[in-house]
Design a binder for this molecule. Structure first.
Ligand code: AP5
Length: 224
């Protein structure tokens, strides 16, 4: 493998725009995107043992056990598509996952270069998640208000059907927010003690958030 791999972590509450920004950032920086949410949904759709187990946690808005997540991430990292490194979308979500990720990278002589925290108020999150639609086929994201498809219910990119995620129902959104506060906010404290951490305001237009992330990537020190 030529050169040291890069590892960029995006953290934020549900609906902060991690998936939206991670997709852009990975394309711009020529890194793979590791989205544990997408991997778990794909496993559930495929009906694998992991998928069946994960489905239940996800439907309730609870976190899937750390060991399963860390195994999934280690496996993804060894894919040829991740030869230059990765943008992490949805991991780490617990302090044990943050330590586990550091361990997986450490075994490979690597480490997290940057942690970008996307900050969005809860009222905006609820609006975003309630309006989110996703293509069943290619997983492209839409929002019925801010980023609608040209034709209602149909993906602009591939013509696939647009669906609402099961966990975007109001009661599950509230549970996911509570889980974020209880289990993921402590990860921010874990990273705050390390260099390379920066926060960006996420309640702006998608292009503006992307520009802030790009700016911060060149502006802060590394080594989380
Ligand atoms: P996951 O899929 O990771 O969901 P999440 O973290 O709750 O985040 P979301 O995907 O809901 O939102 P996002 O921040 O990516 O925002 P997006 O870009 O889509 O996880 C789902 C479940 O899987 C978890 O609950 C858990 O059960 C399990 N899981 C996953 N990872 C795990 C882990 N590591 N450990 C344990 N369990 C795990 O944007 C949202 C909407 O807003 C979209 O419609 C988008 O178009 C719109 N939007 C985005 N940015 C903007 C903007 N700037 N302005 C206006 N609209 C915007």
């Amino acid at each position: 493998m030529a050169g040291r791999r890069r590892h960029l972590v995006l953290i934020g509450p549900p609906g902060a725009g991690k998936g939206t920004q991670a997709t852009r950032l990975a394309a711009e920086q020529r890194l793979c995107r590791i989205s544990t949410g997408d991997l778990l949904r794909a496993a559930a759709q495929a009906g694998s043992d992991l998928g069946r187990l994960a489905e239940d946690f996800m439907a309730r808005g609870e976190l899937v056990p750390d060991e399963l997540i860390l195994d999934l991430v280690a496996e993804e990292l060894d894919r040829p598509g991740c030869a230059s490194g990765a943008v992490y979308d949805g991991i780490p979500r617990t302090v044990d996952q943050a330590r586990g990720l550091a361990g997986i990278l450490g075994e490979r002589g690597e480490g997290v270069e940057r942690v970008i925290v996307i900050e969005v108020p809860e009222s905006e999150i609820v609006r975003r998640l309630a309006g989110r639609r996703v293509c069943k086929k290619c997983e492209k994201l839409y929002h019925i208000g801010f980023a609608p498809p040209k034709l209602e219910g149909v993906c602009d990119a591939c013509g696939g059907e647009l669906i609402q995620r099961h966990d975007d129902r109001p009661e599950t959104i509230q549970r996911r927010l509570a889980v974020y506060r209880e289990q993921t906010e402590p990860v921010l404290a874990y990273y705050a003690e390390r260099p390379g951490v920066t926060a960006v305001p996420g309640d702006r237009a998608v292009d503006e958030v992307a520009a802030s992330i790009r700016h911060r990537l060149t502006a802060v020190g590394s080594g989380a």
